[in-house]
Design a protein around this ligand. Sequence first.
Ligand code: MN
Length: 211
Amino acid sequence: MAKPEEKQVGFTVPPLPYPFDALEPYIDARTMEIHHDKHHGAYVANLNKALEGHADLQAKSLDDLLKNLDSIPENIRTAVRNNAGGHWNHSLFWTQMKKGGGGEPKGDLAAAIKSAFGSFADFQAKFAAAALGRFGSGWAWLVVKDGKLAIDSTPNQDTPYMLNAKAVLGLDVWEHAYYLKYQNLRGDYIKAWWSVVNWDSAADQYAKAKK
Ligand code: MN
């Protein structure tokens, strides 16, 4: 057992909830390994580094940090925004995919999508357009904003908090998420990603957002 002074401080990368190759052939194992271990790992390491010497901030939750970026000292605010955001976005992203995923949502979320966008196909087209249209690096989102479902996107590692919204479903469209397998063909990656979406996770997020 670790002695108290050896206790790890700071944020840690959550384990991937499935093997690296679980999402094959849609998302390849090598991409998942690098994406989770190296990219997500770096966001967490850089967040912890930015918070060094700030015991008050280290005691806060990830959500609290991201909801109150204005209160972060200016010299570390950008580092916290980018790396806390990267940690938050990826921690959700891993849970929103699974082997044998895809298909369509059920229950309340399915009804809300139909009501907001007309049909599931219309929703998919609009979400894919947001993902394709995000210039450079960022995320496409299905969110609850002002009590209603909406589609939006964020640059870099900005989270739905920056949209004053709550995340239902997020898609990473940074090149690191797809370049090894799809190169410049972001549209092919988006199309493939629908086959691994974990709609149970999205439904949980929707239920939380509506509370
Ligand atoms: Mn990523």
